[in-house]
Design a protein around this ligand. Structure first.
Ligand SMILES: [Zn+2]
Length: 312
């Protein structure tokens, strides 16, 4: 865990930070033997994160630890603009998941608001460094060919697909964490295209793969990666037949190109529950599972969800 990089601390309600000594009767003209106003020292909590420099496009943990003499009632905050969801993990510790976005050069900023038990709040800001991701790039010798422009109908459908996906993310921010600390890979098979891999033309990344492709034949079973609520069951234009799960605490997962969905919106599923069958629906060249995991609207390498669940 990294030590706190404290950039700024703003005490709200400074009056609450000062304790008044008990009133004393003063003799005529006598000066008090000691100062009447004694400051109460409030120790700010420590913000740490794990790992020290989270990987680009990966989930990580943020921890806020109360100082010994200043108990906390609650902790709120955000990382890279995505709301955090702190839960108490011990007497003094609060923890939340967070995401390091792809392209976060120089890291992300955590904004933390600590609510003290005896009233008042403190604000902390910490800069979290990033470990750049290593992606494979397919170098194109000729300019990437773009498909014919989308028709108005297709563009409208693409927009409504995006609205559904974003709604799933918004709902995950409003749902308490449902998956505890257990997650699985939705198919035990070979990765055929990695997360974040890009196509490069003239030294420029022209497109990135924001999910993980897992090999599969049509009809192979796809299971839920973690416990969650089925948020979207729909045919999408590019992603084909999709299932989106809301795992709460800001986390969603998506399963694309299915030949069939086996669940209905509103169902609650456990990790390992079959939710669909591998297919080749949507814009694909062959059958496979495209698996996505997002923290809010930030796409992360889906494997970081499973690795996080495995780590203490
Ligand atoms: Zn894919």
């Amino acid at each position: 865990m990294n030590r706190l990089v404290l950039i700024g601390l703003v005490g709200l309600g400074m009056a609450a930070w000062l304790g008044l000594a008990p009133p004393r009767a003063l003799g005529g003209g006598d000066l008090p033997a000691e100062a009447e106003i004694r400051p109460v020292i409030r120790m700010e909590p420590a913000v740490t994160w794990l790992p020290d420099a989270p990987g680009e496009g990966r989930l990580f943990r943020v921890r806020v630890t109360a100082s010994e003499h200043t108990p906390l009632m609650g902790v709120h905050g955000s990382v890279g603009g995505e709301e955090l969801h702190f839960e108490r993990t011990s007497q003094r510790d609060f923890e939340s998941l967070a995401a390091m976005p792809v392209g976060a050069e120089g890291g992300v900023t955590a904004q933390i608001r600590a609510v003290y038990r005896d009233a008042g709040e403190g604000r902390l800001e910490a800069r979290i460094p990033v470990t750049p991701g290593s992606y494979s790039h397919e170098a194109l010798r000729v300019a990437p060919r773009f498909g014919s422009p989308l028709s108005e109908t297709d563009q409208a459908r693409l927009d409504s697909d995006r609205v559904l996906a974003r709604r799933a993310s918004a709902r995950a921010h409003r749902t308490p964490r449902l998956w505890g600390d257990f997650a699985v890979t939705p198919r035990e098979s070979v990765v055929t295209s990695g997360f974040g891999d890009g196509r490069v033309f003239n030294g420029q990344v022209s497109s990135r793969h924001m999910g993980l492709d897992l090999r599969g034949d049509p009809g192979d079973t796809v299971v839920a990666a973690a416990r969650g609520i089925v948020e979207v069951v729909a045919p999408f234009l590019l992603a084909g037949n999709v299932v989106y799960l809301n795992h709460g605490g800001g986390v969603v997962s998506g399963y694309f190109h299915l030949s069939r969905q086996l669940v209905a919106e509103g169902d609650t599923v456990a990790a390992g529950t079959p939710i669909g069958l591998v297919g080749a629906t949507g814009r694909v060249t062959g059958p496979h599972l495209h698996w996505v995991v997002r923290y809010g609207n930030v796409s992360v390498d889906p494997r970081s969800l499973v690795e996080l669940a495995d780590s203490p």
